[in-house]
Write a protein that binds this ligand. Structure first.
Ligand SMILES: CC(C)(COP(=O)(O)OP(=O)(O)OC[C@H]1O[C@@H](n2cnc3c(N)ncnc32)[C@H](O)[C@@H]1OP(=O)(O)O)[C@@H](O)C(=O)NCCC(=O)NCCS
Length: 143
């Protein structure tokens, strides 16, 4: 991981990040992932989301924030060329540290049930799959 660096995500990361999201199985890109939605998320959660770079190129990132009560992580991605070098683990560790510093005691994330490798990753870094829960959503404008 020698030449991979980590920094706070900024608005201009959107385009390269979006390109990674849409080409990564396991990341569900929705209307919430528009540039407007991305900007809004960063503004509401300043400094919590992290980017990984190698030689000035974005190679990974994670959206992180909280609602004052619980932390949330979205769209953790690392490009295939730099996987299994600890980048994902470092991105999550940096987020959790920020949440902890903000007084947040628990963090959640959404993951597709069929994302087996993703589940293995989370389990390997100490996250617990919540088999007793499911989720429900209300869509304001389903069109
Ligand atoms: C999941 C993802 C972010 C992991 O990134 P990464 O940088 O490769 O992860 P790390 O190198 O930090 O892995 C840490 C540990 O997680 C486990 N792990 C990671 N990827 C794994 C895989 N494909 N299969 C099994 N275990 C895996 C391993 O225990 C690994 O440690 P090791 O390499 O010493 O064995 C990356 O594979 C990815 O972008 N996947 C597609 C998007 C996705 O599924 N995101 C999560 C959605 S919530």
């Amino acid at each position: 991981m020698s030449c991979i660096t980590f920094r706070t995500m900024i608005e201009s990361d959107y385009k390269p990040l979006y390109d990674i999201w849409v080409s990564t199985p396991g990341v569900d890109v929705t209307r919430a992932d528009s540039q407007k939605g991305y900007r809004s998320f960063l503004e509401r959660n300043p400094g919590f989301s992290i980017t990984a770079e190698q030689d000035g190129k974005l190679v990974g990132g994670v959206l992180c924030g909280h609602d004052g009560r619980r932390g949330f992580i979205h769209h953790l991605v690392v490009i295939p060329a730099v996987r299994r070098q600890g980048v994902g683990k470092q991105l999550v560790a940096d987020c959790l540290k920020k949440l902890e510093n903000a007084g947040i005691e628990k963090c959640h994330l959404f993951i597709r049930r069929d994302n087996i490798n993703g589940l293995k990753f989370w389990e390997s870094i100490g996250w617990m799959e919540r088999l007793e829960l499911t989720m429900a959503s209300y869509i304001f404008d389903p069109t």
